[in-house]
Ligand binder design. Structure first.
Ligand SMILES: C[S@@+](CC[C@H](N)C(=O)[O-])C[C@H]1O[C@@H](n2cnc3c(N)ncnc32)[C@H](O)[C@@H]1O
Length: 238
């Protein structure tokens, strides 16, 4: 069943409805995670979109569902109730022990919330260390288009997308309270919207490349884009 979070994030993030399906399909085709019974980390699993998709596409995967938020983990656990083979952990990626044990990982809309003050590098380094050599991560994040003549246009288009969804990031443009979401109280709804639209730290491709290389990955390979939301494949260097 769709949660209030799911409904809001779908209205705010261009392409969100396809991100989990694309991410899982990409990882399932990777050299390591294509193996039967591969061990896969869902980093920042939130309300469980990638977990549900992983269960549908690859019921053989051994999943580790990680999120520091008890509330988000509870949402995900509720949606995946009764599913075996999932190791639930309330923790951050940075707190994972430095043991290379995963064949692949998904990190969807997580890095964007971390400041580029060492926090992004710590997250990516922990992710790289948790993978077996050659393991891949599907990383999806809000990006800061750089040196692009269409940078401003992309940003305006994302805001237009959100306005069209009646959930503008700017409360002065659309009244966040006007469209109730069944099962979500207006205060919780406003707080969810604020979490997803404020305090984000998108970076450009050159900075992402420098960070992932320092963390132990090869160059990020772009795999999809919906306005300024971009997906990359990262492969841990051997
Ligand atoms: C915007 S949500 C995205 C959730 C899910 N991946 C999705 O696409 O719907 C970001 C999630 O990352 C989690 N998170 C934040 N910092 C994290 C960290 N350092 N390690 C793991 N998860 C983190 C948050 O608690 C939140 O549930």
């Amino acid at each position: 069943m769709e949660t209030g979070y799911e409904q809001i994030v779908t209205q705010l993030i261009p392409g969100y409805a396809s991100l989990a399906r694309l991410g899982v399909a990409l990882l399932a085709a990777s050299p390591r995670a294509s193996a039967q019974g591969a061990s896969v980390l869902v980093a920042g699993c939130g309300s469980g979109a990638e977990l549900l998709e992983a269960r549908a596409q690859r019921p053989d995967w051994q999943l580790t569902a990680l999120d520091p938020s008890a509330a988000m983990l509870a949402l995900a656990r509720g949606r995946l109730a009764g599913q075996a083979g999932i190791d639930w952990q309330q923790a951050s990626v940075e707190s994972l022990e430095a043991r290379a044990r995963f064949d692949g990982a998904l990190a969807v809309l997580v890095l964007q919330a971390l400041p580029d003050d060492g926090s992004k590098l710590a997250f990516l380094t922990a992710l790289a260390r948790s993978l077996r050599p050659g393991g891949q991560v599907v990383l999806v994040d809000l990006m800061q288009p750089e040196r692009s003549p269409i940078q401003q246009q992309l940003r305006e288009a994302r805001l237009g997308f959100q306005r069209a969804s009646c959930l503008a990031a700017d409360a002065t443009v659309v009244d966040r309270g006007t469209l109730p979401i069944p099962g979500v109280d207006p205060v919780a709804k406003a707080s969810l919207i604020a979490d997803l639209t404020t305090g984000l730290h998108p970076i450009g491709l050159s900075r992402l490349t420098a960070l992932v290389e320092a963390a132990g990955f090869g160059d990020p390979a772009p795999v999809f884009q919906a306005l300024d939301v971009e997906g990359f494949l990262l492969q841990r260097r051997d």
